[in-house]
Design a binder for this molecule. Structure first.
Ligand code: FAD
Length: 448
């Protein structure tokens, strides 16, 4: 069997189903020109991907293999590879809307061997008795738990494969009739490199204190979560490796439930997007889609809303490419309910800046916050950002970390809307909306 191994969201050697197949192989990675042309030159995510692809190439070389790199439209790549007598292309299933459409087109050129890798369950695995998808998380979670077997934790061994003989130097650019070999550097694909201080996934897991997770995961001021989302997004760690880690911790008597639940959330969101692809852009329920107010949107994106926990979150996002989950929820609620902006705008803003950006988790979380999603979240649930901050950042440590201009204020002042409305804080704006008023308007609009 002669096959193309197409690496996408599985940029690793260990426990990779692709590297468990026997035969003659051409491992490839495509810098997709369709995606890259829409990004800014300093996109941090591409910097991360680029560095991981280069590392993967080296690791494959150490094992007697290699990685052929392309900068092109994937359809163009496979149109040319289809002429070379390959039996199939093997790749791990990616269930995003764009990815599914792209893979469908590729499968018309070459037989497509879709491997299961990115999530714990495949999207058709956890279904109701009538074979329809679950719409509510808890029943999905219970069913998923009941279906979990050792097979979901299996480690795929690296098996000996013979390397297809071709030129593995450089990055091959394919554009219309042009074929050009480019140097292996990020400038070749039109981007600049950004320095990112990202630890290897093994070190991330090593530093993670699972035993504290349940209590510390909601506190943005401390490092209480795993910080694995980026590695899970690009498959620099295998989801099964994380499950095996949980199994080992459980054997030591540590509770794994809270963390496992979050992993199932990740599966659930990908599952919903797979079964209901139109929700990537459209409300699942209600017709209200927000009010397009550019001024409010700019204030949010520039961390100038005057609501400290929201502005702190946006600063964290802009400076690091990440944002604590609790703060993501507060920001998304404020964006859709207090500012009444279209959730799609917020989703796109997060997509532009989050290193761990994942269409399913992002879209479904934004729809959850907007109250327009699949889950039974009622539209009248509106987070009060001041009460949220009081509860989860009572000493304003997180807020002051990102908003140094509030250094001299007490936590009480920072979390008191009336105080912020009535006083002038040097270099910091007054709140641009009155929370209680805004929430009332939001609820009446949704009701209508
Ligand atoms: C508005 C909004 C947008 C979001 N956008 C994204 C996104 O683009 N990409 C993304 O990976 N996550 C997203 N999330 C979910 C969550 O915020 C991140 O997964 C989490 O903050 C990552 O940090 P961690 O790895 O330390 O998480 P941990 O708490 O350690 O969780 C472990 C893993 O479980 C998964 N997970 C955790 N919480 C969630 C959740 N609520 N939904 C789905 N999966 C979860 C992640 O893969 C995470 O790495 C979003 C949440 C909100 C409210």
């Amino acid at each position: 069997m002669r096959r193309i191994l197409w690496f996408r969201r599985d940029l690793r050697l260990q426990d990779n189903p692709l590297l468990s197949l026997r035969g003659e192989v051409l491992p490839i990675f495509i810098f997709d020109s369709n995606i890259l042309q829409g990004l800014k030159a300093d996109d941090r995510r591409v910097s991360f991907i680029f560095s991981r692809v280069v590392a993967l190439k080296q690791r494959l070389k150490d094992k007697g293999l290699d990685l052929k790199l392309y900068f092109a439209d994937p359809i163009k790549v496979f149109s040319s590879l289809a002429l070379l007598g390959f039996d199939e292309v093997a790749a791990s299933g990616d269930y995003d809307v764009y990815a599914r459409q792209r893979d469908l087109e590729v499968s018309r050129l070459l037989p497509f061997n879709y491997l299961h890798d990115i999530y714990i369950f495949s999207p058709e695995e956890v279904l109701k008795a009538d074979h329809t998808p679950y719409l509510v998380f808890t029943p999905f979670y219970n069913k998923a738990k009941s279906l979990l077997t050792k097979e979901h934790l299996r480690a795929y061994p690296f098996v000996e494969q013979s390397l297809y003989d071709t030129d593995y130097e450089g990055i091959l650019k394919l554009k219309q009739s042009e074929r050009k070999m480019l140097k292996i550097e990020i400038a070749s694909i039109g981007l600049t490199s950004t320095h990112l201080n990202i630890k290897e996934p093994e070190a991330v897991l090593e530093a993670f204190r699972l035993s504290d997770y349940e209590h510390s995961r909601e506190i943005p001021a401390i490092k209480g979560t795993s910080e694995l989302s980026l590695h899970l997004r690009f498959g620099t760690i295998s989801i099964r490796e994380v499950l095996r880690y949980l199994a080992r911790e459980k054997q030591k008597g540590i509770s794994t439930e809270a963390f496992f639940r979050q992993l199932i959330f990740r599966d659930f969101y990908a599952y919903l997007l797979y079964h209901f692809p139109h929700i990537e852009k459209e409300n699942y329920k209600y017709t209200f889609t927000g009010i397009a107010d550019k001024e409010k949107y700019t204030s949010f994106c520039e961390a100038k809303t005057g609501v400290p926990i929201v502005d702190a979150g946006v600063r964290e996002l802009l400076q690091t490419g990440s944002m604590h989950n609790r703060v993501r929820m507060i920001c998304a609620s404020f964006f859709t309910k207090d500012l009444l902006l279209p959730w799609q705008w917020g989703e796109a803003f997060f997509a532009e800046h989050l290193l761990d950006y994942d269409a399913a988790s992002n879209v479904l979380s934004w729809q959850w916050s907007a109250g327009t999603g699949i889950d039974p979240q009622p539209y009248f649930r509106v987070f009060n950002p001041y009460l949220q901050a009081k509860k989860y950042d009572p000493d304003a440590i997180y807020i002051k970390r990102w908003l140094q201009e509030l250094e001299k204020l007490t936590p009480k002042q920072i979390n008191d809307e009336s105080w912020l409305m009535a006083n002038t804080v040097p270099k910091y704006p007054r709140p641009i909306v009155d929370h209680r008023e805004a929430a009332k308007v939001a609820i009446s609009l949704f009701k209508r």
